[in-house]
Design a binder for this molecule. Sequence first.
Ligand SMILES: [Zn+2]
Length: 114
Amino acid sequence: MKQALKFSVMGQDDNIYEVTIERDVNDLGNLQAGCSCTDAKDGDLCAHRFEILEGGTANIVSENIEDVQALREWIKGSDIEVAMTELSKAKTELMLAHEKVAKCRAMLVRRMQD
Ligand SMILES: [Zn+2]
């Protein structure tokens, strides 16, 4: 049996998209997250799902903002939580790499001048 949480989300293009998070009661750690936007249909990660999964409520236009708390419980220990954590780590590593590149460029310029 499937359980679902559905949110209507206002996109940056002012269209409203339907984000649906589902899980099977026999496999609670495996979440599915779908969205009605074209990015999701093309297999890309859309901002609508990402924002909902991160707990963002600013663009929810459906009358069920309290379901975000239930979703938070669903995410704990799920396959999506693992993937979100990996993505967050990768973003941090990328930011640190950008900082290191900037420092190395500055060092190169200093070496060129002394
Ligand atoms: Zn979407």
